[in-house]
Write a protein that binds this ligand. Structure first.
Ligand code: NDP
Length: 325
């Protein structure tokens, strides 16, 4: 493919789709290479209660479909596949998807982050056989079982509360007595009689041959080990940025998160911008990802206008035929 596009957005989550919406409205005709599993982490989230504009809450997948449709309405195009390689060493930038190559004057990286695992061989072997990182996807398989969740952040609490719909009992196990989760989640957990908090323990082994049957827990204060019966284990211990393809080209921190210039979405490569969780390990909210996606589109539009005399419509100005109120 030899056409050079103004803007390619890699990643289809709140950041990528918001960037696509703004860029499409500025006539940059963005191509979004959204990933085979588009939608990002919100596709494995149940109720979203804290995204402004949805006073009654919304399901994560429904919200992502809304984001995508809104970008599509203004002409954003989509490739529903995963990027396999990038080359940011010269312009135009090259982005490869299997045997197809795409060229772009500017790129927004919005590939997000993925669930982290404990790293046990037994955990990996029993994935899909009782071990999961997605309560929304797999919770209903474990009706009337004793379900365990590991982690002490908002994700772990959210998953544990959701899983009380299915399990006869849910136990959240965490390695310290203190939780990172917000107080409202902790209060909800205390108020839920099906939910028990077990601290300070780590999961040392996942037990079972062909399916999960139990867990080996170790008390982190006394080192005492105990085996417990388990019908399911949900791992909710945080995330890692999806930056494997980019770390060769773009500055990143020790954890792999892309580094952007303070107050902007610029990376160390002029014309390449980063938005959303791929560059944010602090806030990691749909709303902050969407906000930085907007910033990236504005930054890309200004870059193109300055560098290449691109005649884009000002991003902040509404189209005459579709002026907002
Ligand atoms: P966090 O990083 O906040 O929490 C991860 C948890 O997992 C910590 O309690 C950590 O323990 C524990 N952990 C990490 N590694 C291990 C390990 N190897 N073994 C055992 N435990 C481990 O991640 P979350 O995914 O929970 O949240 C990420 C962000 O998303 C946060 O900002 C959160 O507020 C937000 N969020 C908001 C939601 C909402 O508002 N509805 C819902 C979900 C997430 P330790 O504390 O000891 O380090």
């Amino acid at each position: 493919m030899s056409d050079v596009r103004d803007l390619i957005i890699v990643g289809g989550g709140p950041a990528g789709y918001t960037a696509a919406l703004y860029a499409a409205r500025a006539n940059l005709e963005p191509l979004v290479i959204e990933g085979f599993n588009w939608g990002g982490q919100l596709m494995i989230t149940s109720d979203v209660e804290n995204y402004p504009g949805y006073p009654d809450g919304v399901m994560g997948p429904e919200m992502m479909a809304d984001f995508r449709r809104q970008a599509e309405r203004f002409g954003a195009e989509f490739v529903t596949d995963d990027v396999t390689a990038v080359d940011f060493s010269e312009r135009p930038f090259r982005i490869t998807v299997d045997r197809d190559e795409y060229l772009a004057r500017s790129v927004i990286v919005a590939t997000g982050a993925s669930a982290r695992w404990l790293g046990l061989e037994s955990e990996q072997r029993l994935q899909g056989r009782g071990v999961s990182a997605c309560a929304t996807c797999d919770g209903s398989f474990f009706r009337d079982r004793h379900i365990w969740v590991v982690g002490g952040g908002d994700t772990a609490f959210e998953e544990a509360l959701f899983l009380t719909r299915f399990g006869y009992k849910v136990t959240l196990v965490h390695r310290r007595h203190e939780f990172r989760a917000s107080q409202i989640m902790i209060d909800r957990a205390h108020a839920n009689e099906k939910l028990e908090l077990k601290t300070p323990y780590v999961v040392e082994e996942v037990l079972g041959e062909s399916a999960l049957t139990g867990l080996r827990l170790r008390n982190t204060e006394t080192d005492e080990v105990e085996d417990v019966e388990a019908g399911a284990l949900f791992v909710a211990i945080g995330h890692e940025p999806n930056t494997k393809l980019f770390v060769e080209h773009l500055d990143h921190d020790d954890a792999g998160y892309l580094v952007t210039k303070p107050g902007s979405t610029e990376t160390n490569v002029p014309g390449v911008f980063a938005a959303g969780d791929v560059q944010d390990h602090t806030y990691r909210q749909a709303i902050t990802a969407a906000g930085s996606g907007c910033m990236a589109a504005l930054d890309a539009e200004r870059f193109l206008a300055a560098e290449e005399g691109h005649e884009g419509t000002a991003l902040t100005a509404p189209r005459p035929e579709a002026a907002e109120v």
